[in-house]
Write a protein that binds this ligand. Sequence first.
Ligand code: NAG
Ligand code: NAG
Ligand code: NAG
Length: 366
Amino acid sequence: MFLRAQPLGLLLIAAVMLFPARITSHHESGPWHCDSDAGIRIRSQFRPGVITVDGKVDDWSGVSGSDFALLPALDPDAGKEYNAGRLTLKAVHDGNEAYFMLQIDGNYAYTQGDDTRCASVALMFQIGENATHHRMGGCEEEPTTCTNKTCRGHEVDIVHFSLGTAIPGRLYGGNPVDNKQGYGGDRFGHLIDLYGWNPHCRYLDGLGPSENDTSAQNDWQGSWWHSSLTDHSGFVIEDSPYASGGQKGTYYFEFSRPLRTKDHFQQDAQFTIGRSNKVSAAFWYPEEGKPWHGSAHYSVSCDWILLDFISADSSELTSAPQGSSWDFATTFSLFFSVVALCLSIIVGHRLSTTTRTANFTPMENL
Ligand SMILES: *[C@@H]1O[C@H](CO)[C@@H](O)[C@H](O)[C@H]1NC(C)=O
Ligand SMILES: *[C@@H]1O[C@H](CO)[C@@H](O)[C@H](O)[C@H]1NC(C)=O
Ligand SMILES: *[C@@H]1O[C@H](CO)[C@@H](O)[C@H](O)[C@H]1NC(C)=O
C-alpha cells in the first residue's frame, strides 16, 4: 500500500507538468500591459549523460517541458497568435552545462545564405536585477547615450540562432576563430552570444558603445533540425536546402552553455544550481515566404518566466508529494538499494577474483 503511493504521486506530477501553460495577455494603446501566468516555472533537472546537442530530440523524451502560445512580441494580442503550433521549452543540466531545447511546429523553409527566409530562435535571460522583459532590459537611454554605466542594472543576455548558413545537425556557436578575437560572434553558423540594455542598445559580447573588451567569448553551442529531414550520416553544404520546402513538420533547436562563464562585465547571465533565473524565448519565421525582420518576432510570454536549476540532491524529493507514506516508501527503497549494492559488491568481488588472470592477457597473444 505504501509503495503504491509512489507511482500515483509521479503520475499526478506528470499530469500537472504536462498541462500546457496558459499565457493571457493583451495589448492596450497607452502604457504597456502584461498579464502573464506567474505560476509557470521551467525546471532544469540534474540529468547527466542524457542530452547530445545534435538537433535531434529523441533524447529529450523523458524530460517534461512547458508549452507556450506564441504571440507577437510587440503586440501580444491573442488574435495574432502564431497559428502553426506552440513552442515547447525544456531544460536540464549535468552539473557543468545547461541544456535547452525548443520545439516549434512549422512548415520547412530554408533559403541558403538568407537568415530572414529561414526560421530563427533566441533565448533571453535577465542579468541585471532591474532588467525588464519588456523592451529587453528596459534601459531608458538612446543608442547614443547607453553605456554600461548609464544602463547599469538593465543588462540582458541573449543567444540568437539564425539558420541561413547553419547545416542541420552540425554544431555552431562558440568556435576558436571568433573566440580568439574575444567576441560573441559566430561567422560560421550565426549562433551568437549578445547582451543588451534595450532593443536599440544590443552588442555582441565583448563589443561596447565606447570601448571593446577582447576577453569575451561566445559561450553557447547549438544545433538545429526539422522533422521533414532524412537522418543519414550527415549533411554538407551542397545538400542545401536539405529537404524540399513547404513540408509540414516541427523545428528543433538545442543549445548548451556552461552554468558559469568567465564574463566579468555583466554580459552573460550566470546559472547556479539550486537557484532560479529569468528567461524568455522568441521565434522568427518567414510567414507565407516573406522574409522576417528584427522586431517581427513571436514571444512565449510578455514577462519573464522562472527557470529553476534543480540540485541532484533534490531532483526526486522536491517533486515528491509530502507525507509520511512517501518517507516510508523512500526509506524502503533506500533499504533495498543498500541490500542490492552490497550484493553487487560481493558478486563483483567474486567475479573479479575469478577472472583477474583472464583480464590481463599478455600482449604477445594479440
Ligand atoms: C535597481 O533599482 C533600484 C531602485 O531604483 C536601485 O536601488 C538599485 O540600485 C538598482 N540596481 C542596480 C544594479 O542598478
Ligand atoms: C569594437 O569592435 C568593432 C568590431 O570589430 C569595431 O567596429 C569598433 O570600431 C570597435 N570599437 C572601438 C571603440 O574600438
Ligand atoms: C564598461 O566596459 C568597459 C569595457 O568594455 C570596462 O572597462 C568598464 O570597466 C566597464 N564599466 C562598468 C561600470 O562595468
